[in-house]
Design a protein around this ligand. Structure first.
Ligand code: EPU
Length: 425
């Protein structure tokens, strides 16, 4: 298992290109199941999770051609689902990546059946998929849960009115994909408004789907008989962009996050501005500079455009060295404070009271050996390591590789001293 070794204390300076969005690329790859024609997808980040999704789709019989690093270091994929022969998402893959459940809706809609291993709980919480199942049942699917598998069947899905119990991103995406080929109109209320949902909708529309309202809490899909191939470019990763902005807020310096789109970043930018980051929106990205110690901010995670749970660990790292005390309330996942005990090893003063972390900013963090526990927790620790005095070693960095594209290279290009140390050294 690799680890990151960071020699902290240097400001970040320079330009960093923001990669394609993991959480848009994953559902868009699954959308390829909805048509027999080729779907060409550009700006796909070369990440471990994307590799897992490719493996899953290839296992079902999809032909996948990869033009590696075709444009700006991002892959272009051509997916052909004209000879799908296995309508199954096996446990071995679903257990490593919950987003595998995104094949359920498209498989059922196009082929009338699907067998998908139930994703279990994970490091950040229980994360059930009951809303995905309930929505598909409302569309006429017959679903049994048997020996840890979701067994779904339907002759042809029917349009339905669905109101989800809570805002769910992949739940909305699964139902929206399924509704594209259903008979009649589906209305999804309480839909997730995340930009990744809009990106998926735009790809589906390019494939011939009739979708309106994506980006609002009511999405309407008029089912069609068939979708066709398309050529689509994935949006930039707003969480990666937000992570780099938090990093420069913490270390000081100036960076240009090339490709970052302020209009897709919701409350992240407001909170960073409140914390003291100066930002200028430019045609091709965001120029950000920090010249003083951050000010503590209070954040409460919420569905988009509220403060993203995927940015919670990173803003916590900023608060850890800020002036004052900030409250960080996690409302989306019940167990997403695993980074707190690791940040404490670096000297952070953080108390947890239920879903609230009380972060008392300290002037200095000090390097130590810490452990990454999930993807965004790792990103929070990297930021803390960048600002800490001395050396920070972050174990289990494979969590970071799931969702950040060559982070150490990007940080090095901004002047940070980060290296990847192979196991056993
Ligand atoms: N929930 C249910 N039942 C469901 C679906 C969701 O109870 O059927 C609950 C969840 O347990 C959670 C809340 O609803 O408490 C919201 O979960 P959501 O379904 O929105 O999460 P997700 O779709 O599984 C996506 C991202 C996550 C991100 C969340 C929240 C992808 C592939 N994953 O997960 O990204 O944290 O939305 O924004 O889009 C990450 O990239 O590190 C990551 C975890």
């Amino acid at each position: 298992m690799d680890r990151f070794q960071i020699q902290g204390g240097l400001p970040l300076q320079g330009q960093v290109r923001i990669s394609g969005a993991k959480n848009a690329a994953l559902p868009i790859l699954c959308a390829s199941l909805l048509t027999a024609e080729p779907l060409v997808i550009h700006n796909v980040p070369p990440l471990r999770d994307v590799g897992t999704m490719r493996k899953l789709l290839a296992g079902m019989g999809l032909q996948i051609e990869v033009d590696a690093q075709a444009i700006d270091g991002q892959d272009s994929l051509t997916l052909r689902a004209d000879a799908v022969n296995k309508l199954e998402a096996p446990y071995e893959l679903v257990k490593t990546m919950r987003a595998s459940v995104l094949v359920l809706g498209p498989m059922l809609a196009r082929f009338g059946e699907a067998l998908v291993s139930l994703p279990g709980g994970c490091a950040i919480g229980q994360r059930p998929v009951d809303q995905h199942i309930r929505g598909l049942q409302a569309m006429g699917a017959q679903i049994d849960i048997d020996h840890g598998f979701i067994k779904a069947k339907a002759s042809r899905l029917k349009g339905a009115r669905i109101t989800t119990d809570m805002v769910t991103v992949t739940g909305t995406e699964n139902l929206m994909m399924a509704a594209c080929l259903a008979d009649g109109t589906t209305v999804i209320d309480n839909a997730a408004c995340e930009p990744e949902v809009v990106d998926l909708a735009n790809c589906l529309i390019a494939m011939g789907a009739k979708i309106t309202g994506a980006g609002t809490d009511r999405i309407t899909v008029v089912g069609v008989e068939k979708l066709h191939g398309a050529d689509y470019t994935v949006m930039p990763d707003r969480i990666e962009a937000g992570t780099f902005l938090c990093a420069v807020m913490a270390t000081g310096g100036q960076i240009f996050a090339q490709g970052a789109r302020a209009d897709q970043m919701g409350a992240t930018l407001d909170k960073l501005r409140e914390s003291g980051l100066q930002m200028e929106e430019q045609a091709d990205g965001i120029l950000a500079s920090a010249s003083s110690r951050p000010k503590s901010v209070n954040v409460r995670t919420a569905p988009y455009p509220g403060f993203a749970t995927d940015m919670q660990a990173q803003i916590m790292a900023v608060n850890a060295i800020a002036q004052g005390t900030g409250l960080v309330v996690e409302t989306i996942f019940e167990n997403r404070f695993m980074h707190v005990q690791e940040m404490r090893r670096l000297g952070a003063q953080i108390d947890i009271d239920g879903h609230t972390a009380v972060v008392k900013g300290v002037e200095k963090l000090t390097g130590a050996r810490v452990m990454a526990t999930d993807l965004r927790a790792s990103a929070g620790l990297v930021i803390a390591g960048l600002v800490a005095d001395g050396v920070t070693d972050i174990d289990r960095i494979y969590h970071l590789d799931r969702g950040y594209d060559r982070m150490e290279e990007k940080l090095r290009s901004l002047g940070a001293r980060v290296s990847r140390v192979k196991d056993g050294t």
